[in-house]
Design a protein around this ligand. Structure first.
Ligand code: IPE
Ligand code: IPE
Ligand code: MG
Length: 245
């Protein structure tokens, strides 16, 4: 069943977004950084709504990295409150729009009640078929890879790439990420989708995340379609499912 879900999106893109620049967006306006994060939630709504029309079947959004715990306690608390708010208020519209939500990353360090709220939201949206929305919270790609390796320790023989990929991503047959977008002018991966992004095209934009909208997404997807993806060969392969390579 899981595989059917991903088979249905075989011809649709997997886009990952490093939603960066909330703090600078706010500070430039004389606002608190938290106001920037609040405006960032609005951008999430816009992009989730626009993604299916852009041929995006899976959207992975980087919301909070495992290294973000290093931020001041007040900012972390504000971000966690926003996550709680999103989970409590967004589920209805996700269901209405056919969005299946899955939260990736660690859950055991989140404030009380959030892990349970994530579980409820995932269950409520499990039938969504229009968009596979993955939100990365307390996420580290290196830890995801390390955990997959730890789970295989002691297993007889080496796993196939597909088997290992399923453990890293937590989903059977998830398509490798085709395009990673990072906003705010920064040009680095910051521990995001290191395994599934092996052949991802990278798109960097100066736009701060709170200003990002459907048009910016369309621009990034259109630029992606003009890239020549070769996967190590000599011929362009526009939409090869990279996981099987
Ligand atoms: C991205 O915006 C959101 C998170 C990392 C939680 P930032 O908070 O990193 O914004 P800048 O980079 O400081 O502007
Ligand atoms: C990456 O942004 C994490 C998220 C967008 C959630 P950061 O702003 O934390 O990354 P660095 O520290 O600038 O690399
Ligand atoms: Mg940042």
């Amino acid at each position: 069943m899981q595989s059917d879900f991903h088979a249905e999106r075989a011809s649709m893109l997997h886009v990952g977004i490093i939603m960066d620049g909330n703090g600078r967006w706010a500070v430039r306006r004389g606002l608190s950084r938290l106001r920037g994060h609040e405006a960032g939630v609005e951008a999430i709504r816009r992009v989730v709504e626009a993604a299916p029309d852009q041929g995006v079947g899976t959207l992975t959004l980087y919301a909070f990295s495992s290294d973000n715990w290093r931020r001041p306690r007040t900012e972390v608390a504000g971000l966690m409150a926003l996550l709680r708010f999103y989970l409590a208020n967004e589920v209805q519209s996700l269901v209405k729009n056919g969005v299946r939500l899955k939260v990736i990353g660690r859950r055991d360090r989140l404030p009380d009640g959030i892990a349970a709220a994530i579980g409820r939201a995932e269950q409520a949206t499990a039938q969504g078929r229009t968009l596979n929305l993955r939100i990365a919270v307390d996420y580290s790609a290196r830890d995801a890879i390390l955990n997959a390796a730890a789970r295989l320790a002691g297993a007889a023989g080496a796993p196939t790439r597909q088997q290992f990929s399923d453990l890293v991503t937590g989903e059977a047959d998830l398509r490798d990420v085709d395009l990673i977008i990072r906003t705010s002018g920064e040009q680095r991966l910051s521990d995001f989708l290191l395994w599934e992004g092996a052949y991802a095209e990278l798109h960097f934009t100066e736009t701060m995340w709170p200003d990002f909208d459907a048009e910016h997404l369309a621009e990034a997807v259109s630029a992606f379609h003009h890239r020549e993806r070769r996967f190590g060969g000599l011929d362009a392969l526009p939409l090869a499912p990279a996981a099987s390579l």
